[in-house]
Design a binder for this molecule. Sequence first.
Ligand code: HEM
Length: 395
Amino acid sequence: MSSPPVADLSPASTADISVWRSEPFRFFFPLGVILAWIGVGHWLLYATGVAATYSCMFHGLIQMQAFMMAFAIGFLLTALPRRTQTQPVARLEMTALATALVVFAVAALAERWVIAEAAYAALFALLIEFALRRFLTRGMGRRPPAAFVLLPIAALIGIAGAAMIAAAEMNTLAPWTGHLGLLMVEQGVFLCLAVGVGSLVLPLMSGMPPPADLGSSPRQTWKAVAYASAGAAILLSLILEQLGFDRGGPLMRALVVSLGLGLAGGAWRPPGKPGAHRKLVWLAVWMMPLGLLASAIWPDYRVPALHILFIGGFSLMVFGVGTHVALSHFNLEQLALGKPSAVIFLGAALLIALLARLAADFSNTYFIHLGWAAGVWILGSAVWLIFFCAKMLSS
Ligand code: HEM
């Protein structure tokens, strides 16, 4: 077999690198789906007898610290340089972030939680370095919106949570700190990120003008203070829950998220433009407070109720926003206004998975239900991934 001449390869590979760097979501979104399959597939393997044991901690942490983080990283690395009109992510920054995600997943599989949490904290350190280098550059064209003050708050909650989980693992702190750390990384980080990023994404998806720059007027400064207070309230609600306020803590978070996304983000009205993924994102926004509310009303069913937040809220949200990012970057605006069958299939699969997950706790076949929920979730995300990759390759 003859190999292609070197001269043919050089320009193509240079072009490829620039596309990966200017649109890093092309790499991180598929990586996120694969990481999710490891976390969700855990229940499928156990239900089918392929795996002999299961770990709730492994599943919960890989979902929130790897799957969701990969999507957040793909989004932020793409959006921040565009918003601030600064240079795209450096190859080294991208490689370091991808490596930290993989190290987290491998360490989690080996249940080496101290290493895993160190890798997770490194993700935030790298993201802070990435953001600061762009925000502090002289040539910055635009500033981020006021709600983005929630991003460093999410990072601090994440780093503190990781340190508490690792310290509890090493028996250097009381076990309750490990539990609070879990609450922080499983809920605190993404509730802050959802409200912060939602303030930019929701108006854009609805065809509204993007939010004004931070510090451009006294009103924007007050908005930043309000968003920072929302972050502080989310953290306080986690501490209250840890102190035994099983209902008050989640209720407080439900209120903050409803105000942050519903009122400030404009989700109190349905999306102003057509498109299946817009409806899914809107649904996901309301699933978040609904899940928190359900867990407050029925603390005995806390974990299944929280899956309204995890499956219906977080996972539906990242796929909906991921669809929007992909279709706009691939110049598929017309498709974004329609109902692509892969997006409909994804939405239906995630909702069926949620129903199966909820039904599990009321059935006599708990693990069979978990297996079905996991299988359907994986099928829906696989169809989405094929759709995403096909559009990416043809764009
Ligand atoms: C679709 C199939 C899914 C199934 C069958 C499933 C099942 C479960 C089960 C059985 C638990 C542990 C219950 C216990 O502690 O006894 C759990 C916990 C958890 N799951 Fe899932 N899950 C699914 C999807 C997801 C998704 C998509 C996410 C996140 C985006 C997620 C995030 C979590 C978290 C964070 C926890 C820990 C909750 C806590 O203990 O506070 N799960 N899940």
